[in-house]
Design a protein around this ligand. Structure first.
Ligand code: IMP
Length: 195
């Protein structure tokens, strides 16, 4: 069972995480270099799906697009779908500043993976909840990894974990496993060796 899927992203960390999570399902993921169309929306599902449809209209190849964000309870869900903009502007330090003095540090990462594999078009979601650290820790990963501590871990931030450890808990790996399971169920249903 094997399927080649393009990934619409400019982020090599996302590519590596998704490759590792999807490889056990027979998915070979490669980066496609079509500009990711990023619409403004409150829904990461809608953003991922629009990016996937846009890329498919250009490339006509089976592909996935990902959108993700960090939703912080104390900040009413900010930065959420605007996480990439928040990261580029106020950054990790800016988020810590907004939470200064607050003991309510609960937050969740969410990811949506939109798959276009004609005739199918599906969106898979994943979530991981935890808390925002008091200060950045660790050198691995990307984005807000140095300040996110997952509930299910041992107190380390995502940036202090290896890619494999992060994938045990992460929103993106969970969405990827949902996609992998769906593909596997399709294969079983079709009784075929390839899609
Ligand atoms: P987008 O999915 O490309 O729109 O970017 C979402 C933004 O959320 C990224 O630029 C990161 O700052 C942040 N983000 C999403 N997923 C992760 C993650 O797994 N670790 C750390 N930051 C993340």
């Amino acid at each position: 069972m094997k399927v080649m899927l393009g990934l619409v992203t400019g982020n090599r960390h996302k590519l590596a995480e998704l490759q590792a999570a999807l490889q056990p399902y027979g998915v070979e993921l490669y980066q496609v270099s079509v500009g990711k169309l990023e619409i403004q929306s409150d829904s990461i599902r809608e953003i991922a799906l629009t990016a996937a449809r846009h890329a498919y209209s250009k490339l006509r190849r089976p592909l996935i697009a990902d959108d993700s964000g960090l939703f912080i309870e104390e900040l009413g869900g900010f930065p959420g779908p605007y996480s990439s903009y928040a990261y580029k502007t106020i950054g990790v330090e800016g988020i810590l500043k907004l939470l200064e003095g607050s003991t309510r540090r609960r937050a969740c990462f969410r990811a949506a993976l939109a798959l276009i594999l004609p005739p199918y078009e599906k969106v898979f979601e994943g979530e991981v909840c935890g808390r925002i650290a008091g200060e950045p820790r660790g050198a691995g990963g990307f984005g807000f990894d140095p300040i996110f501590i997952p509930d299910e871990g041992d107190g380390r931030t995502f940036a202090e974990m290896s890619l494999q450890e992060k994938n045990r808990y992460s929103h993106r790996a969970r969405a990827a496993r949902a996609l992998g399971e769906w593909l596997a169920s399709r294969w079983r249903g079709l009784g075929r060796q390839s899609l």
